[in-house]
Design a protein around this ligand. Structure first.
Ligand SMILES: Cc1cc2nc3c(=O)[nH]c(=O)nc-3n(C[C@H](O)[C@H](O)[C@H](O)COP(=O)(O)OP(=O)(O)OC[C@H]3O[C@@H](n4cnc5c(N)ncnc54)[C@H](O)[C@@H]3O)c2cc1C
Length: 576
């Protein structure tokens, strides 16, 4: 590829030579279609504009494709590289690990789940840059039309995701990543550098230092210059850490108490077929913990046990493991086989789950972080990678449409941060939904009521939260606004039902939504009835204020309205 020249110079007192690359020069022009036209706009001047602004023949100011360095060749980094390369930038990707496509390096990816659920936002991120590639990637994905809930007696019940039959897909994570890397390999303005770990960024000099692992086991430092550094180096991002030296970056992280461990349900030993319905995401919800299974192309299922750390610690040895599975997931014992369960449990790590937020996502026109590096979330909405792919599309839209690179990155953070906070919180709340609420009658009633309205009265604009998150590209923050409006609609309807009927009909109203400041009766943790006033609702739990001013958190299934309250505001009818 490219115009880079490399020279070597001895590293003062270091372990090996530094390799120095010159910055991109001269600039190359590339032609592409639609969003992949060269970024072009602005008739304004901007003091913060990159130095590479130049005049175009039609008098508009354009900024030329430049040199981008992508840190991390995971799914998000690979997709970002593809966008920038197709947009005509000179792209070099630096990845800490060896090439994933080399079978001996696959095991290095052990901290990642084997398969994951891809839905509209992820697909849209792919489709925008390469529709054909997207189609061929999706051919290898398996549609999952709903959740299949498994109870302790082995009974199964299906909950469809969408009344309009839309579905999510199970996809092999490495396979997807490999397809993106293959595509990058085919482009002559992309270079892939494996075994390079980012060590430091000197953004004032537009310079990064990577530590390169040599075949001999030694390391050498590599200095790289670029116009833009794109950090897609995951939850423990070194790019983010380095960027903190330059920008007042707010940062928070939280580990949840649950760990995850992977298991496999192999194909049927005789028929070689799937042992469970392949078109469902299977869930064994058990209140404090859960087991899930996603189908693979080879007719196996990759399963994940999410469980509090203390419970993992209590399972010592094969007998304890089998005892636990026989009690909680008896059907899994026969499907997976005792030996497989024991083997997987002993061999596979019990890994933590982190949720992190930060702001901003960029520094001037020099550095931006994407994907897990900027908003790692717990996996319970199946949105982590989907959201990361959406990051790339949104960033690229700003690069194409905003006047300068500085403006594009400013606007990217401003748009994206509120959205990523919303999905981060929803993912956290969905843990309760997946392991507990999916079995509660009030949850199911609410879901069916919303679906009924969505299906039969589209004029009300009611859609389930899940459908807006997984089957649309509506901004996550906008989804939340709609949900709040819908709650007012549903609350008003519930009240109408309550006023027009008694008993069971009234109960529908109660369960659909209980407004703040409504008097309720609830069952407390000791099993006795109490009264209080609802103050808020989140993640399937009502916060209720007691007479003495204390607040308690109560699962929605344990709460009923004491008397009809007047919902504030008129029904807001959708149409959005
Ligand atoms: C159990 C589980 C299930 C999940 N299920 C889903 C799901 O169903 N759907 C979904 O959308 N998401 C899911 N996710 C989330 C998804 O895996 C992540 O959101 C996604 O992998 C993020 O991609 P990324 O490229 O940002 O980061 P990563 O996948 O973490 O990739 C980062 C890359 O950067 C490299 N790197 C790290 N440090 C450096 C460095 N210093 N220098 C150079 N390179 C570096 C790493 O080696 C890695 O290749 C799940 C996550 C878990 C844990």
């Amino acid at each position: 590829m490219g115009n880079e020249q490399s020279t070597q110079r001895a590293k003062a007192g270091g372990a090996g030579p530094d390799v120095v690359f010159s910055p991109t020069s001269p600039k190359e022009k590339h032609k592409s279609k639609g969003l992949f036209k060269r970024p072009k706009k602005s008739r304004r001047s901007n003091s913060a504009a990159p130095t590479t602004l130049s005049g175009s023949s039609d008098g508009a100011t354009i900024y030329e494709p430049q040199k981008a360095v992508v840190i991390g060749a995971g799914p998000v980094g690979s997709l970002a590289a593809l966008y920038f390369a197709k947009g005509g930038w000179q792209v070099t990707v630096y990845e800490l690990r060896g090439d994933l496509r080399n079978p001996e390096n696959r095991s290095l990816n052990f901290t990642k789940s084997i398969n994951l659920a891809i839905s509209e936002r992820g697909i849209n991120g792919l489709r925008t840059v390469d529709p054909e590639l997207t189609e061929s990637i999706l051919e290898e994905a398996i549609p999952m039309h709903g959740r299949m809930i498994h109870d302790k007696k082995g009974r199964q019940s299906s909950q469809k995701y969408d009344v309009h039959k839309r579905f999510i897909r199970s996809i092999d994570r490495s396979g997807l990543n490999e397809r993106l890397l293959d595509e990058l390999d085919r482009m002559n303005n992309v270079e892939l550098k494996f075994n390079h770990s980012l060590k430091s960024l000197s953004l004032e000099k537009n310079e990064a230092v990577f530590e390169r692992r040599l075949g001999s086991g030694d390391y050498e430092n590599v200095r790289v210059q670029a116009d833009l550094f794109i950090g897609a180096d995951g939850a423990h991002s070194q790019t983010r850490r380095q960027m903190m030296k330059y920008v007042r970056l707010n940062y928070s992280q939280e580990y949840i108490d649950s760990l995850w461990c992977e298991f496999t349900i192999p194909p049927h030993p005789e028929t070689g077929d799937f042992q469970l319905d392949p078109n469902h995401l299977h869930i064994w919800p058990r209140q404090k913990f859960m087991f899930i299974a996603l189908p693979n192309q080879d007719r196996s299922f990759t399963c994940t046990l999410f469980m509090p750390e203390d419970m993992f610690k209590d399972i010592v040895g094969p007998e304890a493991l089998l005892g636990f599975f026989r009690k909680e997931f008896p059907d899994v014992v026969s499907l997976a086989g005792e030996e497989n369960l024991i083997g997987d449990y002993l061999k596979n790590q019990k890994l933590p789950l982190i949720s992190l937020k930060c702001n901003p996502y960029h520094y001037r026109n020099k550095c931006v972080i994407l994907g897990d590096a900027s908003h790692a979330m717990v996996p319970f909405y199946g949105q982590g990678m989907n959201c990361g792919f959406e990051d790339v599309r949104v960033l690229w839209e700003h690069i194409c449409n905003d006047a300068t690179l500085t403006e594009a990155l400013d606007n990217y953070t401003a748009e994206r941060h509120p959205d990523c906070v919303v999905i981060n919180d929803l993912a956290m709340n969905n843990y309760v939904e997946m392991r507990a609420s999916v079995t509660s009658s009030s949850y199911l009633l609410k879901k069916h009521f919303q679906e009924f309205l969505y299906s039969w009265f589209p004029c009300f604009g009611v859609r389930t939260l899940y459908s807006m998150i997984s089957f649309s590209n509506i901004r996550y923050s906008e989804v939340m606004k709609r949900v709040k409006r819908q709650e007012r609609v549903l609350g008003a309807m519930g009240t109408v039902i309550m006023l027009g009927a008694t008993g069971a009909a009234g109960r529908i109203g109660f369960d659909v939504v209980i407004h703040t400041n409504t008097h309720v009766t609830f069952t407390n943790s000791a099993g006795s009835a109490e009264v209080g006033v609802v103050k808020s609702f989140s993640g399937g739990q009502y916060t209720i204020e007691l007479k003495n001013g204390n607040h308690v958190s109560v699962p929605e299934g344990n709460v009923a309205q004491l008397k009809v309250s007047d919902p504030t505001g008129c029904p807001v009818v959708g149409g959005q």
